[in-house]
Design a binder for this molecule. Sequence first.
Ligand SMILES: Cc1cc2nc3c(=O)[nH]c(=O)nc-3n(C[C@H](O)[C@H](O)[C@H](O)COP(=O)(O)OP(=O)(O)OC[C@H]3O[C@@H](n4cnc5c(N)ncnc54)[C@H](O)[C@@H]3O)c2cc1C
Length: 425
Amino acid sequence: MPRSPCSPSCTTVHPDPPVRHNGLVDADVIVIGAGALGLSTALHCAMSGRSVAVVERHTAGSQASGRAAGLFKSIQADDLRTRLARRSITKAVTFADWAGTPLAVTRPGSFLIARTAQHREFLQRELAQSGRWGVDVREATPAKLSYYQPIGDAFALWCPEDVYIEEPLSLIRACLAACQRHGAVVAENEPVIGIAVSAGRVAGVETQHRSITAPVVVDAAGGWVRHVADLAGARVPVATVRHQLLITEPTGQVDPADPIVRVVDAAVYLRPARGGLMVGGFESEPLPVDPRQQPASFTTDDVPLDVDVLRRLAGQVSAEAPAASSAPVAEHRGGLFTMSPDGRFVAGPVPDLPGLWVASGCNGSGFSSSLAIGEALAAWITGDAPAGMTALSPGRFGPLPDDTLISRGLWQYAHYYDPTGLDLD
Ligand SMILES: Cc1cc2nc3c(=O)[nH]c(=O)nc-3n(C[C@H](O)[C@H](O)[C@H](O)COP(=O)(O)OP(=O)(O)OC[C@H]3O[C@@H](n4cnc5c(N)ncnc54)[C@H](O)[C@@H]3O)c2cc1C
């Protein structure tokens, strides 16, 4: 079969167009969306011996996953998320061993810093519970770093397990190469425009080019997850919310070996990046952006960015990290988080429509938890639900009106580093 790469940036080799559009007519599993969650699910299904087709509207990693900060965080708000986050860290640092293709991971650890009494208490609770859940986390005096000089009596936790991937597309490329190695086919520039349902269960997808049949279809369409679910008359309980970060020009002062810093009271994260500093954070009045209400051509490039939001966030740590506010900006990027009402992933089978699965509800951790979520979903699709995973079922909220979904999603976003006090009623 003749084969050729689909684009200069894509490492996957696809059949040449005439074969590609007509050749693949059935699979065991179809994954819609080649972001981190979709590719990981596809890879793990292929590694379980299933025939897998991934269908991507644009190019792999071109939407949220390619914009991520690349941060992996071992401290999470509950036992299940902690397990998934730590499993993902292990899978990332051992990627070549189990997937057979290399992945560069930076392993500098992280500081979580609190500068107020309230946030000190919050971190003390995190220390106690995360320790119980097996995380290696210790109380520490905030260290003086090349880019962050602590002031006063700030409280800190040291999280030696935390890592980052410098350029998020390297995870996508590693997954693409591993998919190819394990026989999963990735078709880019091929939007799914319909989901076939027969005798009350999913039967495959319609793309702009062809029909593909499969008994299992996974909706991993990121910011478009609800749009895709709508094609099958299903509902996914997430709200899409803007998130942004910037990378400064190289400053000559940032030590690339320095750890990640998260200042919880400011809701800001910082890390070395390309010789400069990456600055991201969580605005207290986040912006919901629903792609379903945008023109069909809407992509992540159309998410409205506002550098003033990041400037205000950086201003809160300007005494400790002056470069965050003062260094010239080399890159400003953003995209959409899929936020769920309880801050947990939405992953599992869709109720009332056998064969349709969802991998979504990233709540800002979809990139870093993708390797564990994909592994768990593949195990579930091909067998039983792994321990605890039913807690992430898409049906767990029952019917929720959109305004409730949005208000809860915005709350979760604004409280990313401090998820206390949520009134679910
Ligand atoms: C600025 C920023 C920083 C972030 N930082 C981090 C971080 O440090 N750590 C972390 O864990 N997470 C981070 N995130 C969140 C993370 O990027 C997401 O959780 C994750 O990438 C979601 O992956 P995904 O596969 O669900 O979505 P995506 O990467 O968006 O992939 C979904 C894919 O589905 C495709 N698609 C949509 N509709 C269709 C269709 N009809 N047919 C076919 N394909 C379709 C899209 O084109 C897209 O490629 C960040 C996000 C942003 C925006």
